[in-house]
Design a protein around this ligand. Sequence first.
Ligand code: GUN
Length: 287
Amino acid sequence: MAKIIDGKKVSASLREKIREKTALMAVKPGLAVVIVGDDPASHVYVRNKKRGCEEVGFNSWVYELPESTTQDELLALIDRLNADDDVHGILVQLPLPKHIDESIVTERIVPDKDVDAFNSVNAGRIFKGGAVLLPCTPAGIMELLKYYDIEVRGRRCVVIGRSNIVGKPMAMLLLAADGTVTVCHSRTRELASITKEADILVAAVGKAGFVTADMVKDGAVVIDVGMNRDENGKLCGDVDFASVEPKCSYITPVPGGVGPMTITMLLRNTLAAAKYIIQNDKTEVEK
Ligand code: GUN
């Protein structure tokens, strides 16, 4: 029987710490969130981000721009937010309308305010070590491992998925924690023979039930980043939970595992950005 990793519990405990640290700051951390168009799911995410800010005592501003916004108008807003001393974190909700180049937009955010850690400077800092801002989903997974005292050092870690947002930075954070890391992807041959070696297996594939029991070693820690809908519209992960769970030592459920950590890590990044910008203090992430 696996121990279930409770992302809601860990998230609540970290938010409480963020709230306490925020209360000690002379200047409130401030997050600006920009959303373009009317994708309903994106609006729900943005509302939750704003609510998260309120919960921990941050300032927050939501800029809701119409679908017809031009790229230049969006870049002009980012320039204003880059220069605004009350704003310590800037997040542009993705996806953007097709006429706007996401890469140009995310690169325009000054690196020290890039709380998604999507731009190239922050990707480079993650690669080299010493980053102040970490991508939210991989950072949340590292916090889950830490909370449950799951050792990474020297252990075999396999990440399935090589996206810029999850797979690649996940591999870098596990490596920085002294794991022995393998990244698998859609062209990987004999995938199961590799995943079966994993002490820690991270699934970030985007396919419901992709990881089955025959792919998992007895006693492995299985982290499920998937957010898929099954044929009945029910939220489910990349891992076939029913068959995999009995083999694991620890496993994250979907929902309630990795998901609840993401906004909490955004809040931590905003606090870290504020501490760095205001007082040149890098300790929020280095702690
Ligand atoms: N859209 C879906 N997830 C994310 C995220 O983590 N950050 C941003 N900016 N947009 C998203």
